[in-house]
Design a protein around this ligand. Sequence first.
Ligand code: GTP
Ligand code: MG
Length: 328
Amino acid sequence: MANTEELVREALSGSVRAMAKLITLVENEMPEAMEALRRLYPQTGKAYIVGITGPPGSGKSTLTDKITKELRKKGYTVGIIAIDPTSPFTGGALLGDRLRMQDITSDEGVFVRSMATRGTLGGLSKATADTIKILDAFGKDFILIETVGVGQDEVDIVKTADSTLLISVPGLGDDIQALKAGIMEIADIFVVNKADREGADRVVTELSLMLDLGPGRSAWRPPIIKTVATTGDGIQELGGKILAHRKSLEEGNGLLKKRNSRAREEILNLIEQEISKYVHKMLKYDVAFDEVIEQVVARKKDPYSYAQTVTEPFARYYQIYKVDKGKA
Ligand SMILES: Nc1nc2c(ncn2[C@@H]2O[C@H](COP(=O)(O)OP(=O)(O)OP(=O)(O)O)[C@@H](O)[C@H]2O)c(=O)[nH]1
Ligand SMILES: [Mg+2]
């Protein structure tokens, strides 16, 4: 394989193949991934990220396709990250997605990548966040992330978006209850898709009532848009709302605030990961560790004191750090 530096250089000069390889690196958590990301980082921060989430089968892929075409009409380039649903209800979705997205994948201004849920906690959201950076550095103006709003990973992924679209559809029974509460609160635009079906207006009314009851948000009241993704009805309006939300975030300091809190979160996660990596390594090489475990199980030692003993150097380091940084 070409070296990382070369791959990054090729990707930055527009090679789709090199970019796809970089995505594979981060997806497989290869050791070179961090170096690649480090090199790419200065070129990131320009793309606008849109999360598209909702229950299985609500029309997320069809909408993603239509929104992409709408953005392309306006001259924007688009990267799409589709998180493969693994639920048994949607097992065949990937092929369907490919078919639905056929004509946009032949467009040079569009890049589509599917990512699989692999079950490692947090692994998917990290791979997604890293892929966003690669597409961003590559120069995509918009990055759309399609994900089924079910698990914690998905909620975390949605949190990396600048604008979040929450899709609902009529006929899900307890329509609104079917949406995950945590996502409800961070939705910036509500989409009632399959508006060609009966009951769409009722969903709109329910959402609107819920918005009235919820905590008042400052500058932006999330609009509720009815769409028929299959025919394209309402898509132009939806595209307009995405751009309007972006404008509203850029005009206040909303975008900067979002990005600051995301960067804070990211830095903390990275530091925790690094520390945890070394702790795991240390324990792996500690011949006495198995014995400690036995003693803990036999109640001869308690796990709390042992954990404190192991992390004692960190505690000592913290004392020095505190004085040195002068914040506490
Ligand atoms: N009647 C109607 N059908 C639609 C509409 N939008 C999408 N569909 C259909 O609904 C089905 C599911 O659409 P998808 O776009 O695959 O939905 P999805 O949310 O991406 O599904 P998963 O990724 O499997 O969760 C497909 O058969 C679409 O053709 C709509 O507005 N009206
Ligand atoms: Mg889909």
